[in-house]
Structures are given as structure tokens and as C-alpha cells.
Design a protein around this ligand. Structure first.
Ligand SMILES: Nc1nc2c(ncn2[C@@H]2O[C@H](COP(=O)(O)O[C@H]3[C@@H](O)[C@H](n4cnc5c(=O)[nH]c(N)nc54)O[C@@H]3COP(=O)(O)O)[C@@H](O)[C@H]2O)c(=O)[nH]1
Length: 706
């Protein structure tokens, strides 16, 4: 049945119960009707046979005497039975002639008797049922011999009527029973299909709402109840899995978009927010700002006090940022000690927006510069902040970050703890630095001939050259000579200082070895950058270079800056002591520009302080500088170390320094840095008994005569 597939379970149950009941009832009715037909026919046959026997018995005499009248009367006595249509008595003779007959007048009137149809030629006792008639033939006997035959034709109309009534009443009963069966089926259907419907509805609700915390109510503990239990269990599992997935997703999102230490948005999240903000500004014509913050000397705190303290400081910085920004502004952590803040909706007027951004940046700078108390220790830190403004006509998110970063570097260069706006020339500078990095890498890897060492003589109070400082020179194939002042900081930042420092070390020591082999007894000072000095393996590199070149390390000096000491004093002292065992000496370069304390200096195995040239340059214009120079000289006496002044350009400077107790001098007044061959010439001249100063100028000779 095709339609059955689409029916609900309830309708199917109803339909099946009613169908089964209807089929059973119809079968029962059919059987009982057929039994009824049989019984009624038998009863009719019995009745007619009894009547036939009575008539046959009484008509025997009339037939044997040929009394047709009596026979006819006897036949007419059947008129009480309305079903008898016709009766005849036949004599047993060769031509079987009718002896007497009876016709029911009712049937005659209705023309239902047609004697011509009766074929009595073969008269055999018995009966025959047709659809509408019963024909019965009974023998009439005398002394055991059949003398005639009584034939009765009976109408079955009343029999069929009786059966029809029976059938109708049976069908009526059937319909009534079916009606009750239908009502019962509905009750049963509700009982059986109700939980299914409940389950289906529950499933629909859950799938529509996607809410797996719902449970389907269980009615009974039968199979449907078990299905509901299993379904609820399955939903429970889905709910638990969903919760786990949600928690994992949240975790992944947290990792993907937030910084694990501070909980601030990370670089990825920042870029998304910034792109959105740029789009928004294009629509609203408002100006926003990007602040790039880098903590000054954070590395020193981290290295000296440990990463745990460093981490706590970063958390506190994040906390201060969060609490001092407006709700719509976004602070993010983009690197170790680097933070970025997006300031939104500043103003439509770029000038006003710039002022607003500056005042927020200044407020943040002050907030982040006030002391931190971490693990009962009072720490000082400050940020350098770069600002890049953005509005509808501005650059991409990446460009903006670069601009703010460049401005931040400028703030660092200008002295730290400052706020600096991005300016277009910073970009040019950044580009130049990028090219320098590329070209320097190429030079170091593939064309080291671009590099050479120049040597600047260092003289004593007699003007005699006792040493030289090796200074790197880079002859760029297309840009000419590039100053170390420009490429050394790039090398420091990019890590190129390591191969470059190695190159300087090995070439300087080779040169020293050549001079020593020629009996030119000079010292050689080499500049060591902070990163180079503290790089792992530095001790081994120097030891190896000294051994390879076979130099007398007593004549070799490493110039380090105060910033190295600021890193990790114990580590530095340890390293210096180990290098000193080889005979190597140390001088502190650019002395006076850093913050090294007397306490630190006493710990270090140094042999010389080098007064920074900035103090010498302003010796006669800035009284402070003269005082500083004198203090440094006095300090060296106290420490028991030598002192050398660099950047000596005039006779007056040389005289002042000499008169105030300076031991040694270096500067353009004596000589500019020069190629190795020229330096060798000087040394040879001096060895031959001429001082370089006497050979060059009379003025220099007088300075050399201190
Ligand atoms: N790590 C390394 N740093 C190096 C190396 N070579 C150089 N440098 C550092 O680069 C900075 C610039 O050096 P340079 O341009 O060579 O300048 C040196 C001298 O030329 C200059 N100088 C010397 N006398 C005078 C003077 O009378 N007037 C004047 N205006 N300048 C003078 O001073 C520089 C030497 O400085 P210092 O090292 O502090 O003694 C510079 O910081 C170098 O240190 C290298 O191989 N490795």
C-alpha cells in the first residue's frame, strides 16, 4: 500500500488494528452467514419432507383407487405453507401422467408457476436446490412397492429473506463492533505512539534550537522508554562533546588571539582590529592613532633580575595600559617588551587628533615610568613611544605598524623615555638601513674585500705612538665609503655584528702578528660591541684567534663600553678574568656617557678608561665637561688604571688634558685613522728614531713633548 509509507506511526497502528478487526469480523460474519444458510435450508428441507411424508401416507389409498379428487384435496391441505408453490402426484406408469396437482394461488396470481418447465419424465426420489427453488420428489408406496411420486416445488424467497435479515443484522453488529474497535485503537494508538510522537517532537525541538541541554521525558520503561534513554544519553554525549569543543575553541582562540602572559590581544588580533578600524575611519572620516611602546632597558631588568621578575613587570605594564585607556581603545602585546595601542575616534581634524594622541601617549609614558613594586623590590622602567596617525587616506595596517615602530626607534635614539611622531624621513632611513643590512651581509658572505681595517695611533705624553685602535672601514662598491657610525648599529640590531666582529678580530690580530714579527712593538685596541662580547663562545673565538695568529696577547686590548657592564656584572667579570689569563687587557670606551658606578668599576679587571670624545669637544665651551674630564682622570688615579682621551683635535685640548694628568691621547690632532701600510710606516719611522708628530707638524711635536 503506497500511501501507508507516509502515514504516521499512530495512523498506521490505528489502520492496522481496524483492518485486522474488520477482516476478522467479516470472516466471522461470512462463516456465520454460510452456517445460517445451511441451517435454514436444512430446516426447510426437513419441514417439506415431513409434509411430503404425511401427504404421501394419506394419498396412497386415493392413488391406488384412482380417486383423483381426494388426492387433490389432500394436496390442497398444503395451502397453510406459503412457500409451497406447486405440488403434483404422479402415477408410476410408462408415461408418468400427473394424477393430481396443487398450485399456490399467490404464486399463480403472480404468474410464477410455469408447469411446462417441469420435466418429470425421470422421476427419481430426492431433492434439488436451485437459487430460487427447492424441488422434492418423495415415493408413494403400497406394501413396499412404489406406486406413485409426490413432487413438491418450494419457493426459497422467504429463506433468502431470512438470510438477508441475518446478514444485515450481522453487518450492523460488525459496524458497531468496528466502531468500538476504532475507539479502542485510538486509545491504544495514543498509548503506543504517544511516546514516539514525544520522541520525534523532542528531536525536532533539539535540532531546531541546537540546544543539547534539553532531555526528552520518558513515560514507560518499555522499548520506547529505552530508545528515549539511549537518545537522551546520546544527546548528553553530544552536549558534553560540544562543551569540550567550545572550551577547546575558546582555548585555541585565546592562544590564537591573546597573549598568554598578559592576557592582552596579540599581534594577530591587533592586525584584525587595526584593519577594521582603518575601514571604519574611511567611512567616518575620523582620525585614529597607533602607539608603539617599547620598554627602555627591559632586557637589563630581565637578565639581571630574572625572567619571573621580567614577566611580572610586563603584567603590571599591561595592567596600567588597560586601566588608563578608554573603552574603545585597544592595547596589545606584540613582542617581548613591545606593546601597541590603537586609539580610535580622535577627531576629524588631523591637527586636533595629533594633539589628542600626544596627550594620551604622554599620559601613558608617565604612568609606565612611575616606579613598580615587584616582589617587594622597587623597579624603574620607562617606555619609548612612537605615534603614527591614520585616517581615510592612510596606509595599510602593516605600514602603520612600521611607521609607529620607526617613530619609537627615533624616540629611543633621542634618549628614551620619550614620545615621537612618525615622520616621512624615518621611512627613508629605515629603507637605507634595510639596504645596509642586505649589502653588509653580502660583503661578509661573498665579498669581504669591501672591508678593511684602519688604524688610529694612540700616543703617550711624549707624543710617542704606543698603540693603535683598529677601526673598520667599508668601501661599498656603488655608494662609496659607509661610516661605521651608520652600519655598526645596523649590524648590532641584525646580528651581523657577530661575523663582522670575528672578521675584525682575526684581521686585527693578523696585522698585530705581522707588526710583532717585524719588531714593531705596538699595542692594538679592538672595539667589541656589547652583543658580541656577551655572545656564547666569545671566549673561545678570541682564544682561537690569538693562538692562530701567534701574537703576544699582552699587547692586545679589548675596548668595551659601559653598557656591557650594565648587563650582568658577574658574568662580565667572569669572562674578563678568563680573557685576562691570556694576557688580554681591557679598556672602557666612551667613558662618562653611561651609568657605570664606581662600585661596579672596582670589580672589573680593567687597565684603562677612555674619556669619550664628546667631553673633549666641549672642553672649553661647557664648564661641566671640563669638570667631568677632571673627575674621570681623578677616578682613574683612585682606581689605579690608565686614562686615555679620544677625539683630541687641538693643541689646547691636548695641553689641558696633559696638565690635568691624562696619560695618553688619541685624535685628529695626532693622526686620523689610516690604512695598515701607513700605520706601519709611522711605526717604522718611530722605530728609526723619528716620532710621527715631529715628522708631521711642529705643533704636534710640542704636544708630543708633554
Ligand atoms: N664594534 C665595533 N665598533 C667599531 C669598529 N670600528 C669602528 N667602530 C665604532 O664605530 C663608531 C664610529 O667609528 P669611526 O667612524 O671609525 O670613528 C672613530 C674615529 O674615527 C673617531 N675619531 C678619532 N679621533 C677623532 C677626533 O679627533 N675627532 C672626531 N670627531 N672623531 C675622531 O672616533 C671613533 C672612534 O671612537 P671610539 O671607538 O669610541 O674610540 C665608533 O663608535 C667606533 O667605536 C669595529 O671594528 N667594531
Amino acid at each position: 500500500m503506497p500511501g501507508l509509507h507516509n502515514l504516521s506511526v499512530a495512523a498506521k497502528i490505528r489502520w492496522m488494528i481496524v483492518s485486522v478487526a474488520a477482516f476478522a469480523l467479516l470472516l466471522t460474519t461470512a462463516i456465520s452467514v454460510s452456517v445460517e444458510v445451511n441451517n435454514t435450508r436444512n430446516a426447510l428441507l426437513d419441514r417439506v419432507q415431513i409434509l411430503s411424508n404425511v401427504i404421501s401416507t394419506h394419498v396412497t389409498a386415493a392413488l391406488s383407487f384412482g380417486d383423483a379428487q381426494t388426492a387433490t384435496r389432500l394436496l390442497q391441505s398444503m395451502d397453510f405453507d406459503a412457500d409451497i408453490i406447486h405440488a403434483q402426484i404422479y402415477e408410476i406408469a410408462e408415461d408418468a401422467q400427473a394424477f393430481a396437482s396443487y398450485d399456490n394461488p399467490d404464486f399463480k396470481a403472480a404468474h410464477e408457476i410455469d408447469s411446462s418447465h417441469h420435466d418429470y419424465s425421470v422421476l427419481e426420489p430426492g431433492h434439488d436446490f436451485t437459487l430460487g427453488r427447492l424441488n422434492l420428489a418423495s415415493p408413494i408406496e403400497l406394501d413396499g412397492e412404489t406406486i406413485g411420486m409426490l413432487c413438491i416445488e418450494v419457493s426459497l424467497a422467504s429463506l433468502w429473506l431470512q438470510i438477508l435479515r441475518y446478514l444485515l443484522s450481522s453487518l450492523a453488529i460488525l459496524l458497531v463492533v468496528l466502531f468500538f474497535v476504532y475507539l479502542l485503537a485510538r486509545r491504544l494508538q495514543r498509548r503506543i505512539a504517544g511516546p514516539f510522537e514525544n520522541l520525534v517532537q523532542g528531536m525536532k525541538n533539539i535540532s531546531a534550537s541546537n540546544d543539547f541541554s534539553h532531555r526528552i521525558e520518558k513515560g514507560e520503561n518499555d522499548e520506547v522508554g529505552q530508545i528515549i534513554d539511549n537518545f537522551n544519553e546520546m544527546i548528553g554525549q553530544i552536549e558534553r562533546s560540544n562543551l569540550q569543543i567550545q572550551a577547546k575553541n575558546k582555548e585555541v582562540e585565546q592562544h590564537a588571539f591573546y597573549d598568554a602572559l598578559t592576557g592582552l590581544p596579540n599581534r594577530r588580533m591587533l592586525m584584525q582590529q587595526l584593519s577594521k578600524e582603518l575601514n571604519r575611519c574611511s567611512r567616518t572620516f575620523k582620525t585614529g592613532a597607533l602607539l608603539y611602546l617599547d620598554l627602555d632597558h627591559f632586557k637589563t631588568i630581565n637578565d639581571s633580575l630574572g625572567h619571573t621578575t621580567g614577566d611580572m613587570l610586563l603584567k603590571e605594564v599591561a595592567h596600567r595600559l588597560r586601566s588608563h585607556l578608554r573603552k574603545g581603545d585597544t592595547p596589545a602585546r606584540v613582542g617581548g617588551d613591545e606593546f601597541v595601542v590603537i586609539l580610535t575616534d580622535l577627531d576629524e581634524n588631523v591637527g586636533v587628533a595629533a594633539e589628542n594622541a600626544l596627550s594620551v601617549a604622554e599620559a601613558l609614558r608617565k604612568q609606565l615610568s612611575s616606579p613598580y613594586v615587584i616582589e617587594e623590590r622597587r623597579l624603574h622602567s620607562s617606555p619609548s613611544i612612537g605615534i603614527a596617525l591614520f585616517h581615510h587616506a592612510n596606509d595599510s595596517a602593516d605600514d602603520l605598524i612600521k611607521q609607529a615602530d620607526l617613530a619609537m626607534y627615533k624616540a629611543k635614539e633621542d634618549g628614551r623615555n620619550l614620545v615621537q611622531f612618525f615622520a616621512a624621513d624615518m621611512q627613508k632611513l629605515a629603507l637605507r638601513r634595510m639596504h645596509i643590512e642586505e649589502d653588509l651581509r653580502h660583503a661578509l658572505e661573498s665579498d669581504p674585500n669591501q672591508l678593511e681595517l684602519h688604524y688610529q695611533p694612540q700616543v703617550n705624553h711624549n707624543g710617542e705612538i704606543f698603540g693603535a685602535e683598529a677601526l673598520i672601514r667599508w668601501n661599498h662598491p656603488t655608494n662609496g665609503r659607509i661610516s661605521p657610525e651608520e652600519f655598526i648599529p645596523v649590524a648590532e640590531v641584525t646580528g651581523l655584528i657577530h661575523p663582522l666582529g670575528k672578521w675584525v678580530l682575526s684581521h686585527g690580530l693578523q696585522q698585530l702578528s705581522v707588526w710583532q714579527s717585524k719588531g714593531l712593538n705596538t699595542q692594538l685596541a679592538i672595539n667589541i660591541s656589547p652583543n658580541q662580547f656577551l655572545q656564547e663562545g666569545f671566549l673561545e673565538t678570541v682564544t682561537e684567534a690569538v693562538k692562530t695568529c701567534g701574537v703576544n696577547a699582552e699587547r692586545f686590548e679589548l675596548e668595551i663600553t659601559e653598557s656591557v657592564i650594565m648587563r650582568d656584572i658577574d658574568e662580565v667579570v667572569e669572562l674578563m678574568k678568563e680573557l685576562k689569563t691570556l694576557g688580554i687587557k681591557f679598556s672602557i670606551d666612551d667613558f662618562g656617557t653611561g651609568y657605570s658606578s664606581l662600585q661596579y668599576l672596582t670589580k672589573l679587571p680593567i687597565s684603562k678608561l677612555k674619556i669619550d670624545k664628546s667631553f673633549i669637544n666641549d672642553l672649553f665651551t661647557d664648564p661641566n665637561d671640563a669638570a667631568i674630564v677632571n673627575t674621570i682622570i681623578a677616578m682613574t688615579k683612585h682606581l689605579g688604571v690608565a686614562v686615555i682621551a679620544e677625539g683630541v683635535e687641538t693643541l689646547e685640548e691636548a695641553n689641558f688634558l696633559f696638565e690635568n694628568g691624562c696619560d695618553a691621547f688619541q685624535g685628529y690632532y695626532y693622526d686620523r685613522p689610516m690604512p695598515a701600510t701607513d700605520m706601519e710606516g709611522r711605526l717604522l719611522q718611530q722605530k728609526a728614531g723619528f716620532t710621527a708628530i715631529e715628522a708631521d707638524t711642529g705643533e704636534a711635536a710640542s704636544a708630543g713633548g708633554h
